[in-house]
Design a binder for this molecule. Structure first.
Ligand code: MG
Length: 281
């Protein structure tokens, strides 16, 4: 049923309006169906991208309590004794902490690429200033120092304060807690690589989190960290002990563990030359 509407010179048919609405609706539905079909078609034709590499399932690791150690870590100090360290008999273990004593101590095991967790505390009653206040250090491979220092309201040169890669890279921020409080270092270290003739093939890199704050971000070391001379590389073994420094301050340590970094290896089938195999027979 339709009716005619007159408005001045204009004449409207209600059935005409309804027809136009119907046409618009049909066009809308057609567009939606077209888009849906197009999307489905693109999935069917293009499909999901896959790398083609067959990765092994990553080993399962129990991360343990906050601060670790994870289940695959090598525990270097659990608060009981320093049996994992050469020279450990010269440091005191008391109330679950190892206290810097006579000389440096070095791990009996050697490490290359690794993740290292160390907790330390500078003396509660600060003595001295500058480099004399709460100085110690964590030396990867016995030669690349992450500085330990009481850098809480203690001025010193930037590349010598807590978290510095000594005389090479200051920490991005000073995340030091007040003296006496426990602090964490989480280090990701990649050992340098040398060619057979002793040239640097790939420099060492280091990332450090101090109390959970990133302070070194994949820094590329220029060589060993020295007080008396510029950094330089001296060719060395792929694995070497980790060293804790005696710098005259009774810094405490606890909860020290390390994980060796083993990148996943893919199982992509290797193309073999059958002709070559046959010729060997
Ligand atoms: Mg030091």
């Amino acid at each position: 049923m339709s009716s005619i509407l007159r408005c001045g010179r204009f004449v409207f048919s209600t059935s005409g309006i309804a027809n136009r609405r119907l046409k618009h609706a049909r066009r809308g539905w057609a567009l939606l169906i077209f888009l849906a079909l197009g999307g489905a078609l693109s999935v069917v034709v293009g499909g999901e991208w896959k790398s083609g590499i067959i990765w092994p399932a990553p080993p399962v690791v129990d991360p343990g309590p906050v601060g670790g150690p994870p289940s695959d870590a090598i525990v270097l100090f659990d608060g009981k004794n320093l049996s994992q360290w050469d020279g450990g008999e010269n440091w005191l273990v008391r109330d679950g902490a190892a206290i810097v004593g006579k000389g440096n101590i070095s791990t009996k095991q050697s490490f290359g690429d690794c993740q290292l967790h160390v907790e330390w505390a500078s003396p509660k009653e600060p003595k001295g200033s500058d480099q004399s206040r709460g100085n110690s250090g964590v030396y990867l491979m016995g030669r690349y120092e992450v500085q330990i220092l009481d850098s809480y309201q203690n001025e010193t040169y930037a590349d010598g304060q807590a978290g510095a890669i000594y005389k090479q890279s200051p920490p991005m921020v000073n995340a030091c807690r007040p003296p006496g409080q426990w602090q964490t270092y989480d280090v990701i270290f990649h050992a340098p690589r040398f060619t057979p003739d002793g040239a640097v093939e790939r420099p060492a890199t280091i990332t450090v989190l101090h109390n959970g704050v990133v302070i070194q971000d994949h820094f590329q070391l220029a060589g060993g960290t020295f007080w008396h001379k510029p950094p330089e590389y001296e060719p060395h073994a792929e694995r070497l002990p980790i060293l804790l420094q005696n710098h005259g301050a009774p810094v405490r340590f606890r909860n020290i563990w390390v994980r060796e970094l083993v990148p996943p290896v893919d199982k992509q089938p290797i193309q073999t030359d059958t002709n070559e195999t046959e010729s060997k027979d």
